[in-house]
Ligand binder design. Structure first.
Ligand code: CP
Length: 315
């Protein structure tokens, strides 16, 4: 594996290996000196054409913990605003010797364009491209589920687990990557959303679809993953208004109080509190939202280690 563009780049065993490596990285992250020398002298660039808090910072922290030099590029404030093309930006970084490009872009497939081009020899890691995929988010979610839901560690996979993904499936790269990865790891994954916010082909990618959230929640899932409403990607009215969305599709206080107390609540962030999730649910003991953020560093260390340190050894 040269790049990580999609969960489809990983076999089941490769995904489990990465999760196991992330567990080793978690141990590094609890030491007094949270540093490994693995990427000393190597240079990675965060190439972000779209806003981010969690992904950009955790990739930076992950690279620094592996002793790499890190360049942070964001389109805002760069020569992109003067009309510089994606090709010229990538070639500029290549000319400076960057060996890994961690790319977030608002266009689905932009990461594939870079990886399939002759603009750079760098490893390309997808940090979220349009409505397509966000593979490291799915890996950190799988690690969080593995560690927070008891009784599923036997094969390192998620066999027998039931996960419900709720909300704006249509625009969600997180949902797409999670559907691919969680099912690859043996989980049964259902989605629940208004019909306007699911792709027409959804039945191919999940085990069940519920157009009524209360009916879905009555089925007792082990994990309920709420998604952010992605208003910035909506070019027409996908729901009547935010109050109706929250009433029909939000994990508000009433729905939260009816959940089984073992049900794990997840959200990739950033959250719209009061719209898709209430503060009571988000800040509860059942919530794994901050664990997801913590695990993002270890998972991204594992991905960088695998693609830059281990693959180099295998050359
Ligand atoms: N989950 C996620 O991708 O968050 P950011 O947009 O803050 O990176």
């Amino acid at each position: 594996m040269k790049h990580l563009l999609s969960i489809n780049d990983l076999s089941r065993d490769a995904a489990i290996d990465l999760l196991n490596l992330a567990v080793e990285m978690q141990q590094v992250n609890t030491r007094d000196i949270k540093k490994l020398p693995a990427l000393t002298g190597r240079t990675v660039a965060n190439l972000f054409f779209e806003d981010s808090t969690r992904t950009r910072i955790s990739f930076e922290l992950a690279a620094r913990r592996l002793s790499a030099d890190v360049i942070n590029f964001s389109a805002k404030g760069s020569s992109v605003s003067k009309g510089e093309s994606l090709k010229d930006t990538v070639q500029t970084l290549e000319a400076m010797g960057v060996e890994a490009l961690i790319v977030r872009h608002n266009h689905s497939g932009a990461v594939n364009t870079i990886a399939n081009s002759d603009w750079s020899k760098a490893v390309v890691i997808n940090a979220g491209d349009g409505t397509h995929e966000h593979p490291t988010q799915a890996l950190l979610d799988a690690l969080t589920i593995r560690q927070r839901v008891s009784g599923i560690e036997h094969n390192g996979d998620l066999t027998g687990l039931k996960v419900l993904i709720v909300g704006d499936i249509l625009h969600s790269r997180v949902a797409r990557s999670n559907l691919l990865l969680l099912r690859k790891l043996g989980a049964k994954v259902a989605v629940s959303a208004p019909s306007t916010l699911v792709p027409a082909t959804i039945a191919r990618y999940c085990d069940e679809v519920y157009f009524d959230l209360d009916e879905a929640l009555s089925q007792k899932f082990d994990v309920v993953m709420m998604l952010r409403i992605q208003s910035e990607r909506m070019n027409s009215a996908f729901m009547p208004n935010s109050s109706e969305y929250s009433f029909g599709w939000g994990l508000g206080d009433t729905r939260f109080s009816k959940l089984n107390q073992n049900t794990l609540i997840m959200h990739p962030g950033p959250m719209n509190r009061g719209l898709e999730i209430s503060s009571k649910a988000a800040d509860s003991k059942q919530s794994a939202i901050l664990d997801q953020v913590t695990n993002g560093v270890a998972v991204r260390m594992a991905v960088l280690y695998k693609l830059l340190a281990q693959e180099k050894k295998n050359d």
